[in-house]
Design a protein around this ligand. Structure first.
Ligand code: ATP
Ligand code: MG
Length: 420
């Protein structure tokens, strides 16, 4: 151990577990790649102001969780706490929305940072894969994203997750509801902080996780009963499209989510094996966000799925992914000359696309075979002085234990054939 440890609320991804993380990222991205989403990568930090405007001044993310700092040059920056504001900023900056083919569909994968109270499933550095469909108001687009998220989780073998769905209305009907909710909240016995929140952003009070607050919210007015006709029709269409796709969901009239920019469709993927950190992913429509960050009107929808919690969900369900062994062939040289020859064989194998590794450090046969076993390789190639003299190597099938001598000049072709 060194003097240093990973900072509080963070952890390292190390082999062999790290392979599962990579596979989860891939599995979430695969349905997106297959559905017209292009890959985007944005900086790990942005102007503080982008998040203040884009995520919302009154949200926990902006008021409590952001790693904000001032650079030597005097810029106010923050490590990105989420992806949507950055992706929209980048799309606007590159004028992607002007190319004439809306919606602009993008996916991303990366690290996000929030100064939170660390606990299982809640970290200060975590990883998300996300998707944004920018510039179209079409219930099929909302449905597409929900269906693709469902497909991603199913492809991983997850079963015990649920999709919660709600509509937050639009700039017509939400203000009316907001006022009604505020009137209701003012009549409750809430602490000062919560009362202040009720004045600034009353919908977020519905998201309060404390039991005594939830108890008082039982009779709260529901947005569902305030939706205007356009929002109602839109939501009904989303529900029908998802249902027709065979994806099950639950209507959750209290689902609001922690970011300010959502309008109409909002949804969350929750997993029942994760205790209080049950949300594995979430998203929704954010028709006003572009204008909030100084862009044109661009109705959009997106989601972000948490990689860390998805891995925990796999553990909770006891699902282990079938990961291909990272090494197919392991070479064991006995002596200097054999080392030179087998190193050449390994290089050749790698060139033709066979995953191969080598016993380094001049180990004896016993130690080297232990490494070969641990590597998970299907075949081991061993060569000693006598083999060299005969112009052969010993090819061992690690599954059957069978061993045959193969000519040095044939070994690469032989392994290629056996592994194809
Ligand atoms: P929560 O209610 O659990 O705080 P959130 O609403 O803040 O979640 P989002 O901003 O919607 O989460 O982020 C989408 C996903 O990213 C979450 O569903 C979760 O899987 C993951 N995520 C968010 N914050 C963290 C964190 N601190 N540690 C690990 N994963 C996180
Ligand atoms: Mg949060």
């Amino acid at each position: 151990m060194s003097t240093f440890k990973a900072p509080k609320g963070t952890y390292d991804l190390i082999p062999p577990d790290s392979a599962t993380y990579l596979a989860v990222r891939e599995a979430i991205a695969a349905p997106l790649r297959n559905s017209g989403y292009g890959y985007i990568e944005t900086p790990g930090f942005e102007s503080v102001e982008l998040f203040a405007r884009g995520v919302g001044e009154s949200t926990d993310i902006v008021t409590k969780e952001m790693y904000a700092f001032e650079t030597k040059g005097g810029d106010r920056l923050a490590l990105r706490p989420e992806g949507t504001a950055s992706v929209l900023r980048a799309a606007l900056e590159a004028n992607l929305h002007k190319a004439g083919n809306l919606p602009v569909k993008l996916w991303y994968s990366g690290s996000y940072y929030r100064y939170e109270r660390p606990q299982k499933g809640r970290y200060r550095h975590f990883s998300q894969v996300g998707a944004e469909a920018i510039g179209a108001e079409d219930p099929a687009l909302d449905a597409e994203l929900i269906i693709l998220g469902d497909q991603a989780y199913r492809s991983l073998g997850l079963r015990n997750f649920r999709i919660l769905l709600n509509s937050l209305g639009d700039k017509e009907c939400r203000p009316v509801y907001r006022t009604a909710l505020q009137d209701f909240l003012r009549g409750l016995s809430l602490d000062e902080d919560t009362l202040r929140r009720a004045e600034i952003n009353p919908l977020r009070v519905l998201d309060d996780k404390r039991g005594d607050v939830q108890k008082q919210l039982v009779g709260a007015p529901l947005l569902r009963d305030y939706l205007c006709d356009a929002c109602k029709a839109y939501h009904e269409e989303v529900r029908e499209l998802i249902t027709a796709a065979g994806v099950s969901f639950e209507d959750d009239p209290k689902l609001v989510r922690g970011l300010d920019y959502y309008t109409r469709t909002t949804f969350e993927f929750v997993h029942d094996g994760l205790g209080s950190q049950s949300a594995v992913g979430g998203g929704g429509r954010y028709d006003g966000l572009s204008e909030m960050i100084g862009g044109p009107a661009l109705p959009s929808v997106g989601w972000a799925l948490g990689v860390d919690r998805t891995v925990l969900a796999l553990e909770a369900e006891g699902v282990s992914l079938e990961l291909p062994a990272s090494t197919s062939v392991f070479a064991v040289p006995l002596g200097d000359e054999a080392r030179r020859m087998l190193f050449g064989v390994v290089t050749e194998l790698r060139k033709v696309g066979v995953a191969a590794d080598f016993s380094y450090g001049g180990k004896g046969l016993k130690g080297a075979m232990k490494n070969a076993n641990r590597s998970g390789a299907r075949y081991t190639v061993v060569a000693g002085e006598r083999d060299l003299a005969d112009g052969v190597v010993q090819l061992k099938d690690m599954e059957s234990g069978e061993q045959v001598a193969v000519g040095v000049n044939e070994i690469v072709a032989e392994l290629e054939a056996r592994l194809s």
